[in-house]
Structure formats: C-alpha cells, structure tokens
Design a protein around this ligand. Structure first.
Ligand code: DGY
Length: 325
C-alpha cells in the first residue's frame, strides 16, 4: 500500500505537530527546509509539492492556483498554520474541491499580549528610549520622554473577534475609561465586556488607541489611509496586530513624520520581512516588531497540532478540527 504524502511548507513547524503526523503509519510527512530567499525558496516549494496528498502551509508565501496545479489533482487537504487566510487563494482552493483548515483561537492570548506590548512601547516611546540609552545619550530631566496614558483613555478595537476580545480583557486592568469597537457585525460578547459598537469613522475620531485586530480582506485593505489618519487624534496611538496591508504605509509614514498622530506600534508590516533600510524604521515614533504575535512555544505547538489534526482528519474523510470550507 502506498503512503499518503503530506508536505509541510513551514521551516519552523514544531515537532508537536510532526509527531502527530508521524504517529500515523500510513502517512509520510516531510518538512521542506526551503531557502530563506526568493526565488530559490519558491522554486524548491514548487518542485516538492508535486504529487502530495496533504499540505501544511504557512503565511510566508501565497498559495496560488499555479502551486495547486503543480501539486496535482490528488491533493485533498490543506491546513494553514495560521488564523488569517489572506495568503491563500480561496477561490482556487474551492474550485478544486480541496478541503481547507486553519488554526484559530489558540493564538488569541499570545497575540493579545503582543498587542498590549506594542501599544505600551509606542505610547511610552520605548524606541526613542532604547536609542538614547544605547547611544550613551541618557540624560535626566528631558521632556522628550513624555508619552501617553492608558488610564482614562478610550480604546477603539477594529474587529472584536477572539483576539480583539482578549485585548479588551487584558486592558480591563489598565483602568481604560471606555472601550469601543467597529466591525461588520454585532458581537454578542461585547455586552459582557462592556464594549460599545460604533461606526468606524467615530472610532477613529474618538479613540486614544486604535487597535487593528481584524482580518485582511478586500474591504479592510488600506482601511487606515490618509483620510483615516487625519481623522484620528493628534495624540492617538495606532496599533496593528492584524496584517500590514490594513494600513497604507506611505500615508502612515507621512502622518507619523508630520506628527498627525502620536505613534504607531506594529507587529505586522508590508512587506514581511521588512528591509532594514525601509523608511518606517527610521521614524522614532514607529515601534515595529517582526510579526511575533503568535510566537510562543505553547501557542506554536498548539497551532502545529491543530494543523496536523486538520490534515489527518480530512485525509481520513472526517471533518477537520477547524474547517474553512
Ligand atoms: C495568524 O495566525 O494569522 C498570525 O498572524 C500568525 O502568523
């Protein structure tokens, strides 16, 4: 009997997931140790994907119709080791009747922690502080260190899904005066959390902290553009833990440079990896970390296990643990 082949296109796929796959004697699971740099990495991926039955994918590369064609018609199941699915051509997957899953929920707490982390770092000028400290220019009694308070503030969450809710729960301990949210639908959890739904324009106008916690879709792409940034308070801090493309980065650069808003704290940017000479990195009021939202040992293990279960279940003809279609 021939083995069912599963290819893992995620160089840092945790062994917690790999063990689950390898525990099934009918499965041959391979982690692809692709090169870090395009086009070599994409070439390797395309060469290796041919003939696989299951695919575990990560957010680094776009999963396109071309790659699915190269894989071939025997491909039955795909799981992304992510919550977001903007890197997958959903139409192409659907067209080929391939089962698709993701790994939501388990990363809510880790991502919410990072949201609060970059929020404080941006509001309290960590980047300027570190630059001064490391360049030997630490002086007492200087006013540049003054940042923004969280106590008494209005926090606006764009997208009150699982991550947005976890952010609110954390910030309850910071004596925030008011929580508001915007989004496509009314969230039943909002009542218990005491978060009021408002139109997006009002959220931008009234928030001291605007936190982007929504998925990237055609409607949300570039939602933070020049107009949005000019609607925000001059003292506002923008936080993004969703996807880089939620923000028009050119407009953000200008807004931060002209101090139209106070600061930004970003876990996600466009492109990723961001080149070290990118102009956003030159701004003292732009605190950026390299997409580390879900990067804790336990969270990544849990994500890997869900991805493995999604594939194992689908290849066995059962519903995935977290199915998309
Ligand atoms: C996700 O799962 O979408 C996170 O951004 C981690 O990559």
């Amino acid at each position: 009997m021939s083995l069912t082949r599963v290819l893992i296109v995620n160089r840092s796929y945790p062994s917690a997931g790999l063990e689950l796959l390898k525990g099934n004697s009918r499965i041959q699971a391979t982690v692809l140790p692709y090169e870090d740099y395009e086009p070599q990495s994409l070439k390797e991926i395309k060469q290796s994907v041919k003939g696989v039955d299951g695919l575990i994918w990560n957010t680094r590369y776009r999963l396109t119709g071309e790659i699915l064609d190269i894989a071939g018609p025997q491909l039955k199941a795909i799981s992304s080791t992510s919550s977001g699915l903007d890197h997958i051509d959903l139409e192409e997957v659907k067209k080929r009747n391939i089962r698709l899953g993701n790994t939501p929920g388990v990363l809510n707490d880790a991502v919410a922690d990072i949201a609060v982390g970059v929020m404080i770092a941006a509001a309290r000028r960590f980047k300027e502080g570190i630059r001064n400290l490391e360049s030997g220019e630490w002086k007492y009694g200087v006013t540049w260190t003054l940042g923004q308070d969280i106590v008494g503030s209005t926090v606006g969450i764009v997208g009150l899904g699982g991550i947005g809710q976890a952010i609110v729960r954390r910030l309850k301990g910071f004596d925030v005066a008011r929580f508001i949210y915007s989004g496509r639908s009314e969230k039943p959890e909002a009542k218990t959390l005491n978060v009021e739904r408002v139109p997006q324009e009002q959220l931008l106008r009234e928030s001291d902290y605007v936190i982007l916690a929504c998925p990237l879709t055609n409607e949300t792409r570039n939602m933070i553009n020049c107009t949005a940034l000019r609607t925000m308070k001059k003292t506002a801090v923008l936080v993004n833990i969703g996807r880089g493309e939620l923000i028009d980065q050119e407009a953000l650069f200008e807004a931060l440079r002209e101090q139209c808003i106070f600061a930004a704290g970003l876990d996600v940017v466009t492109p990723e990896p961001l080149p070290k000479e990118h102009k956003l990195l030159s701004l003292p009021n732009c605190f950026i970390i390299p997409h580390m939202g879900s990067a804790t040992v336990n969270t990544r293990n849990a994500m890997a296990q869900i991805a493995a279960n999604n594939i194992l279940l689908a290849l066995d003809g059962q519903p995935m643990q977290f199915p998309i279609n």
